[in-house]
Design a protein. Structure first.
Length: 126
C-alpha cells in the first residue's frame, strides 16, 4: 500500500490534503496539497527519482564517435538508457536527432518529449 493512498491532514491547518501532480523540469511528481494554506508534500519515491535524474544530468560522459557504413554512431551509456526505460518504459526504438545549434545535438527518446519540444519551439497544434 502506498502512503499517499491514506488520508493525510495538513500539519498547519489540520484539514484533509488533496492529491495532485506537479511538474518540474519535465519531471512529474505525485503530491498532496493543502487547499487552504498551500502546503505541499512530494511523494518520496518521485523525489528520489528526481535526484537520480539530477545526478545523471550533472554527470559528464565521454563516448566514442565511430564510423559504421556511411554514418557515425555514438554509444549512449547504459546508465542513461536504464534510467529512461525505468520511467514507464517510454523509450522508443527510434529516436529523434536534432542539430540544435553549433556544437550541440539533441536526442529525443519518446513521443512525450517530442510533443513537449514542439510546444517549446512554437510548433504545437493545440
Amino acid at each position: 500500500m502506498d502512503i499517499f493512498e491514506n488520508t493525510i491532514l495538513c500539519k498547519n491547518c489540520n484539514v484533509k490534503m488533496h492529491r495532485a501532480t506537479l511538474v518540474k523540469n519535465g519531471f512529474q511528481f505525485r503530491a498532496i496539497i493543502c487547499t487552504r494554506c498551500g502546503e505541499k508534500i512530494l511523494h518520496p519515491e518521485d523525489k528520489a527519482e528526481y535526484h537520480h535524474y539530477l545526478n545523471l544530468k550533472n554527470k559528464s560522459f565521454s563516448v566514442k564517435l565511430r564510423m559504421v557504413g556511411n554514418s557515425y554512431t555514438v554509444s549512449i551509456p547504459r546508465e542513461i538508457v536504464n534510467f529512461i526505460n525505468e520511467q514507464n518504459n517510454i523509450m522508443d526504438e527510434i529516436v529523434r536527432l536534432n542539430f540544435d545549434q553549433m556544437g550541440k545535438l539533441s536526442i529525443i527518446f519518446d513521443s512525450i518529449m517530442k510533443k513537449q519540444r514542439s510546444y517549446e519551439d512554437g510548433k504545437g497544434n493545440d
